[in-house]
Write a protein that binds this ligand. Structure first.
Ligand code: UDX
Length: 433
């Protein structure tokens, strides 16, 4: 099939490369000439394990190309995916659809025959209706079906999530569009991955409901973790104890410093805006957003507490800055609130992250950035594990202690066993244990 992907950011590039790997002929389009130039040179604009090899293999096979010329790419395509960004709009939290509608207009002007336009970006309920209206207005002569096909991939595991999804959701009532989408996802049918056909508005809502539910699950266990600390229970065991119940499930029950990233914070807010617009409140999600925001700030206080009475003038080493491991993404990362709280209290912050330091430097220019965990720990009064990168799971505790001014560890991801750390001579603070 001839597929066009508009937008070569996270979702667009991963989806485009995976579609090409399925055997389709894919053109990835982006307005940003420097991004397209980099892709032509084999450089990835984002960090995602395995993406460079996947792109290189499909470019070499002649199935994947990149361009800034939308019109040329779109002419004759059987399916045109919109994978542009939908950031939270400043001020009101609504998803900003400027790029989606801009791409829609350009597509409408460029199409040369019947086609299917698919929104892959996360878009609020009703966006598909508006995309359809815009296309009909510009091209009343064309037979175009508009489909919703949200993407559920996680950063750091995006390729396997795309190729082995728990499900694919396709929102359309149009039989021709349905046949086209079946063809697009044919390799998944062969692997018997569930493909769910629904109405378009339902499909749009599924994406938000899924992310809001996962954010709720995390926030629930985070509050239970606080309660564990108060009553002397262990949240890891509570999590296992409830998660082994199949109705609950074990995933997304790891207590931590609060969720971050490009999706949960933005999508929960957007869901609340939709709920407000339709006067159908989702109080649980309102609480989740509030609790998660205050949790990130509370983590800074937790670190200060571990430093003892007077934190001013002390030094803290932050290990892990990105919102989760295996990404360079710093968006809404808990490390941002923690570093701010520490700096406000007069603490010097040294930091190390395996992939995120370039982005972190731009957002927090005042920290001291170090090449490895031991260098970060030099002279520190506490090390804080903020993100659970594999590289921090088996630190040489003696070496770490030797570098530090005082052996204190704050483990915000519950990576270590208390006994092992305490035996090595550290004062140890974890989450909910
Ligand atoms: C998420 C969704 O998982 C994905 O389906 C959607 O398409 C985009 O948003 P992503 O943001 O890449 O993906 O990361 P994810 O692995 O879901 O983690 C989100 C945040 O929750 C991270 O900050 C992570 O540290 C936190 N988290 C996750 C926890 O604190 N505890 C958990 O048990 C799981």
């Amino acid at each position: 099939m001839r597929i066009v992907m508009i937008g070569s950011g996270y979702v667009g590039l991963v989806s485009g490369a995976c579609f090409a790997d399925f055997g389709h002929q894919v053109v990835c389009v982006d307005k940003d000439a420097s991004k397209i130039e980099a892709l032509h040179a084999g450089r990835m604009p984002i960090y995602e394990p395995g993406l460079d090899q996947l792109v290189a293999a499909n470019v070499a096979a002649g199935r994947l190309t990149f361009t800034t010329e939308l019109a040329g790419a779109v002419a004759g395509a059987e399916a045109i995916f919109i994978g542009v960004g939908t950031p939270a709009r400043r001020g009101d939290g609504h998803a900003d659809l400027t790029y989606v509608y801009g791409a829609t207009r350009e597509i409408a002007e460029a199409i040369t025959g019947p086609t299917v336009v698919v929104t892959k970006s996360t878009v609020p309920v009703g966006t598909g209706d508006e995309v359809e209206r815009i296309i009909r207005e510009i091209r009343p002569d064309m037979d175009v079906a508009v489909v919703s096909n949200p993407e559920f991939l996680r950063e750091g595991a995006a390729i396997s999530d795309f190729k082995r999804p728990d499900r694919v959701v396709i929102g359309t009532d149009d039989p021709r569009a349905r046949a086209v989408m079946q063809e697009v996802y044919r390799p998944l049918y062969l692997n018997e991955n569930p493909i769910l056909f629904t109405g378009r508005r339902t499909s749009e809502l599924i994406k938000y409901a899924a992310n809001a539910f996962l954010a709720t699950k995390i926030t629930f266990i985070n509050e239970i973790a606080d309660l564990c600390e108060a009553v002397g229970a262990d949240v890891k065991d509570v999590s296992r104890g409830i998660g082994l119940d199949n109705r609950i499930g074990r995933k997304f029950l790891h207590a931590g410093p609060g969720y971050g990233g490009s999706c949960f914070p933005k999508d929960t807010l957007a869901l609340l805006k939709t709920a407000e617009d339709f006067e159908s409140p989702v109080h649980i999600v309102e609480a989740v957003v509030k609790v998660n925001d205050s949790r990130k700030r509370a983590m800074g206080r937790k670190v200060l507490h571990a430093l003892g009475d007077d934190a001013r003038g002390k030094t803290v080493a932050l290990l892990g800055l990105t919102f989760k491991p295996n990404t360079d993404d710093m968006r809404d990362a808990p490390s941002l609130s923690i570093a701010t709280a520490l700096a406000d209290a007069g603490v010097t912050v040294r930091a190390h992250d395996p992939e995120g330091m370039e982005q972190a430097r731009r957002m927090m220019p005042d920290l001291t950035y170090c090449n490895d965990p031991y260098e970060a720990a030099k002279g520190a009064d506490a090390v804080v594990i903020v993100t659970e990168w594999d590289a921090f799971r088996a630190l040489d505790l003696n070496r770490l202690k030797g570098a530090m001014a005082a052996p204190v560890m704050v483990d915000l991801r519950n990576v270590y066993h208390r006994q092992a750390v305490e035996t090595a001579g550290f004062a140890y603070t974890a989450i909910g244990r």
